[in-house]
Design a protein around this ligand. Structure first.
Ligand SMILES: O=C[C@H](O)[C@H](O)COP(=O)(O)O
Ligand SMILES: C=C(OP(=O)(O)O)C(=O)O
Length: 368
């Protein structure tokens, strides 16, 4: 629908095709209300992540799931499997499901389930937002906390109460809008280093997000408003590698830690095993994770967690014109580890960390 938008300037709306109304955040929340179970999952998920960042919980955070969520049915099947695995490895790993509905593109491409749920350029954003909130409720009701990327600055009004962790992506870490938004979010926010591999933009972002801001946004009724924030004390760094080289190695991690400390920030780092850290070769994510485990075994105190891109099927696929040709459970954006490789890798990580934990207990008993 194109609203009548008068302007004194001739041709002012020449590049605007239409303005479609959206239900307000309050309306969507009323249509898809919180359940007690979902509320408990979010509270427990956020607490566990804060405890890890504060050093009170020694478990490694693992943010794991598809590069993008395009099919809620396959997503739910993945979540059920992850939920079972989460229980099995809970002594050493805190699993959080990666549920990304908004994709920042290098230039063009499908921008995610919220933007285009039909994957056919029909851009039914109101339907996409409804699907996204429904899916987040379903996952939280399984008892699995959720991590997502916050890309659109209005989306959090609809969805953020269902998220336990949020990323600001490599392409938006330098954006003031995203830093301001993060300063008011209730959950820990991980800022990724830039696509060029530089960490200073993320350090600046963490500093900015930890401060109060006042900026334009929408209130829960969807009305334009001035949002005044208190600052987010749980913003932290995500190392995702750069266009020419990874940055998960111990030297890069130490240098990033020094940059955080120099800025007076907590030395908390999450390693994204995908993207620039694996040269976008999904099969290399295991190599990165094993290196991180080795760093932890050698006493690294700054790595709080890892991120893995994983789905039911290995690899990825282009979005076909005939959507009935889509392969079930296979990523339509970056390539992912398949479920069996994911499960094996996380069990291996659990066994490695458990062995380290038991060895430490043994040393303590001997020296007591
Ligand atoms: O994680 C996903 C992609 O790396 C990101 O959205 C950029 O994708 P593109 O370079 O294919 O646009
Ligand atoms: C887009 C993503 O990552 P990055 O911002 O690191 O490119 C992502 O994690 O989906």
């Amino acid at each position: 629908m194109k609203r009548d938008l008068p302007s004194a300037v001739e041709g002012h709306h020449a590049h605007l095709a239409a303005i479609d109304p959206m239900p307000s955040p309050v309306e969507l929340r009323a249509a898809l209300p919180f359940s007690d179970m979902a509320a408990r999952t979010v509270a427990a998920g956020r607490r566990a992540i804060r405890d890890r960042l504060d050093g009170r919980d020694p478990r490694l955070l693992v943010i794991v799931g598809p590069c993008s969520l395009h099919d809620p049915v396959a997503g739910l099947e993945y979540a059920r499997r992850l939920r079972r695995l989460a229980d099995e490895v809970s002594e050493t790993l805190c699993l959080v499901m990666r549920v990304y509905f908004e994709k920042p593109r290098t230039s063009t491409g499908w921008k995610g389930l919220i933007n285009d749920p039909g994957m056919d350029d029909s851009f039914r954003i109101a339907d996409g937002m409804h699907l996204a909130r429904r899916f987040l409720l379903d996952i939280n009701e399984l008892g699995l906390p959720v991590a997502s990327e916050a890309l659109d600055p209005i989306s959090p009004q609809y969805l953020a109460e269902l998220l336990s962790w949020v990323a600001i992506g490599a392409r938006t870490t330098e954006s003031q809008t995203h830093r301001e938004m993060s300063s008011g979010l209730a959950m820990p926010v991980g800022f990724k280093n830039g696509t060029d591999g530089g960490t200073q933009t993320a350090v600046n972002a963490i500093l900015s997000a930890s401060h109060p801001h006042a900026f334009l946004g929408v209130d829960p009724s969807g009305r334009a408003a001035v949002l005044r924030t208190r600052g987010n004390p749980y913003s932290h760094l995500v190392l995702r590698g750069g266009s020419d080289r990874p940055n998960y190695d111990s030297v890069s991690v130490a240098l990033a830690g020094k940059a955080l400390q120099k800025a007076g920030l907590a030395n908390n780092i999450i390693i994204d095993c995908s993207h620039g850290n694996s040269y976008k070769n999904h099969a290399l994510q295991g190599t990165v994770l094993r290196d991180v485990l080795q760093q932890l075994g050698h006493g690294n105190q700054s790595i709080a967690g890892v991120m893995l891109e994983s789905f039911l099927e290995d690899g990825n696929q282009a979005i076909p014109t005939d959507l009935s040709q889509l392969r079930y459970g296979c990523s339509v954006t970056d390539a992912c580890l398949g479920w069996s490789a994911t499960e094996a890798l996380l069990r291996e990580a659990h066994a490695t960390l458990l062995a380290g934990k038991n060895a430490e207990k043994g040393r303590q008993t001997l020296s007591a």
